[in-house]
Design a protein around this ligand. Structure first.
Ligand SMILES: Nc1ncnc2c1ncn2[C@@H]1O[C@H](COP(=O)(O)OP(=O)(O)OP(=O)(O)O)[C@@H](O)[C@H]1O
Ligand SMILES: [Mg+2]
Length: 366
């Protein structure tokens, strides 16, 4: 960076006990054409007072003083949140001391008898500092935005599950209730009707009604999965059986235990993962068998869904319009878990969700 391109004076602190050497530095700085606000400190106490009150752009320091060295001054600078670059400006100090200083992280080293180089070194040090600060700012902004994204995902997932649970309740109470009452009435009519044609119509209506009852139960289960009432293993078993029936793909569930000791929230994340993995299998895998493994070994809940199909390609996971697996990653994060997807083309696909079980008692109401 060119010192002259700086739009405001560069605030510089010079830790130097010799008046003569300080004047030489001021002269070199003046000659550079840049503008500097130079402050001098002669003792460590003065130095500490200065860095506590002024936000310097750069510090120059001699190496050896009567009762301290530049390393002591450097340590004081480390306490500051905005650490200005620290440049040693001394007579030759010997190789060991120079190496020691750079090892501590002191930014640069200029010899007093080579002041022509000083302004260039200051410019470079400030540039490095500015880049470091800009990167730290960008990193912090990125972390904050990732955090907001994670919070939003968690909020959306919870809202969706609550909304589903509430629709399920309405289907159950309104539609399910009305259908059950109709079934009762149709049964009564069936017992009392004497006319052959009427009996045939009643029997057809009963069949349709049975179909509607089955559909409303299925919709309810999809909306409010059994995992919330019967636990993860039973719910996945129910889902696997339905999947096998619908698709004809042999589906096997292996679970070490019948129940999983995890919060409802965690179980629901695992359940929705298995659900998305099975949906994907029916859409893309072209496989003949699916294995689902559930385990809570060593306090980590893992559910692995693997097929023996065509395999998932790396590019598939980056498709811009595909949100299933991306959503699973975000969803797993909301409960401190993660997703692994094996992508061995031609060797089937495995989707694994792993969630550390920290506090199985904490649970969210749906
Ligand atoms: N079991 C599988 N076998 C082979 N390919 C798969 C399998 N699962 C997913 N894929 C591939 O990975 C892609 C991404 O899957 P993902 O679930 O993220 O999106 P999608 O199913 O295409 O869309 P969405 O889930 O958003 O409705 C799929 O489009 C498919 O090409
Ligand atoms: Mg999908």
């Amino acid at each position: 960076m060119l010192i002259t391109s700086y739009t405001r004076p560069i605030r510089l602190l010079h830790l130097e006990s010799s008046e003569h050497d300080h004047e030489l530095v001021k002269f070199a700085l003046r000659r550079s054409g840049g503008t500097f606000d130079v402050v001098r400190a002669q003792t460590l106490t003065e130095f500490c007072d200065q860095i506590d009150t002024v936000n310097f752009d750069v510090i120059l320091s001699d190496y050896r003083f009567a009762d301290f060295t530049a390393i002591d001054a450097w340590s004081e600078v480390q306490e500051l949140e905005r650490r200005p670059p620290f440049i040693l400006l001394s007579q030759a100090i010997g190789e060991t001391a120079a190496v020691d200083a750079l090892k501590h992280g002191i930014n640069d080293y200029v010899l007093k008898d080579n002041l022509s180089n000083l302004v260039h070194v200051i410019g470079r040090a400030i540039e490095v500092r500015d880049t470091r600060l800009a990167k730290a700012r960008a990193d912090a902004e990125l972390a904050a935005s990732q955090q907001r994204m994670a919070e939003l995902t968690a909020h959306l997932q919870l809202s969706i599950e609550r909304e589903r649970a509430s629709i399920a309740r309405e289907v159950h109470d309104d539609i399910g209730g009305a259908l059950a009452a109709m079934k009762f009435d149709l049964a009564w009519l069936g017992r009392h009707a004497t006319d052959q044609a009427a009996r045939m119509h009643i029997s057809a209506a009963t069949e349709m009604l049975q179909h509607a009852l089955g559909a409303s139960q299925r919709i309810m289960r999809d909306l409010r999965p059994a995992v919330l009432d019967q636990g993860l293993v039973a719910a996945i078993q129910w889902m696997a059986t339905g999947f096998e029936k619908r698709t004809g793909i042999k589906t096997t569930l292996r679970a070490a235990e019948k129940t999983v000791n995890a919060s409802k929230e965690v179980q629901l994340v695992a359940y929705r993962t298995a659900q998305e993995a099975l949906t994907n299998i029916s859409k893309y895998a072209q496989c003949s068998a699916v294995n689902i493994d559930v385990s809570d070994h060593e306090n980590v809940l893992t559910v692995e869904i693997s097929d023996n199909g065509r395999g998932i390609a790396k590019e598939d996971l980056e498709k811009p319009s595909a949100f299933g697996i991306k959503g699973l990653h975000e969803r797993a994060k909301t409960v401190g878990g993660w997703i692994d997807v094996s992508h061995n083309e031609g060797a089937g696909t495995s989707v694994i969700v792993s969630i550390p079980l920290i506090d199985p008692t904490s649970t969210t109401q749906y």
